[in-house]
Write a new protein. Structure first.
Length: 245
């Protein structure tokens, strides 16, 4: 099967299921893991700026897209070329369903079961004891956060971080004054690359708030990538707990 993956986390997942460059024939420029293997796969544009002619030329049997990552109009055009599987993953249960379905499509159900069990183990083993009012920022100028219908929100919830913007949807723009209800602010490494200097910038306005950098991949990459972050998430929870008590 010739597969074009239009989603970074799914590209890595395909490799982790044992596929190689003869089966993964196209990827986006944001598909960066695993670097030593993905670099040999042709690039077909960005997740929202796909080069449809390049994808067509690869003669794929299956294109894997995502409802959030990719542009609907481009996906509709690609459906004229070949079968497109549009994934929709906003919770850990969606992640489990995706892994199960991918295992079936690839005739690798046993591997899928292993990944599913490991996914559940990552979070059942964390035992979150906190319900900390939290803001997770993904952008600056303007500040943008995450609503309650996102995968990031679901990961926050599983860790015991209570998203104060959970009643909003997608990625709302917020003012600094709206952040004052939080005890914890997490600054993501992606898509905006927050750094230490941005902590100081916010701390001037929110002196009583704990502000930390967060690895964006740990909160937003589903598929098999998330399995690499159990130790990181455990450490983050411990550090947050210590800073708030």
């Amino acid at each position: 099967m010739r597969i074009v993956s239009l989603v970074p986390s799914i590209t890595q997942t395909l490799f982790d299921f044992g596929l190689d460059h003869s089966e993964i024939v196209g990827r986006t420029k944001f598909c960066i893991h695993p670097y030593d293997r993905v670099k040999n796969i042709p690039i077909v544009g960005g997740t929202k700026t796909l080069k449809l002619d390049k994808i067509t030329a690869l003669k794929p049997d299956l294109i894997i897209a995502n409802k959030e990552e990719n542009v609907r109009e481009q996906v509709l055009e690609l459906e004229k070329v070949c079968k497109v599987w549009v994934t929709d993953i906003s919770t850990l249960e969606d992640q489990v369903t995706f892994l199960f379905q991918l295992g079936q499509r690839l005739n690798k159900s046993e591997q899928a079961t292993g990944f599913i069990n490991r996914t559940r183990a990552v979070f059942t083993g964390l035992h979150p004891a906190l319900t900390v009012p939290t803001v997770y920022l993904i952008w600056r100028n303007p500040y943008m956060t995450v609503g309650g219908d996102t995968f990031i929100h679901n990961i926050m919830k599983c860790l015991g971080f209570r998203n104060i913007f959970q009643d909003q949807t997608r990625y709302p723009t917020v003012e600094i004054s709206e952040l004052k209800g939080a005890r914890l602010i997490l600054l993501s490494s992606e898509p905006y690359p927050f750094r230490e200097k941005h902590i100081a910038e916010l701390q001037e306005h929110l002196p009583d708030c704990t502000i930390r950098l967060a690895d964006g991949e740990a909160f937003s990459w589903y598929g098999t990538r998330i399995l690499e972050y159990e130790a990181y998430l455990r450490q983050l929870m411990g550090e947050v707990h210590d800073s708030l008590h």
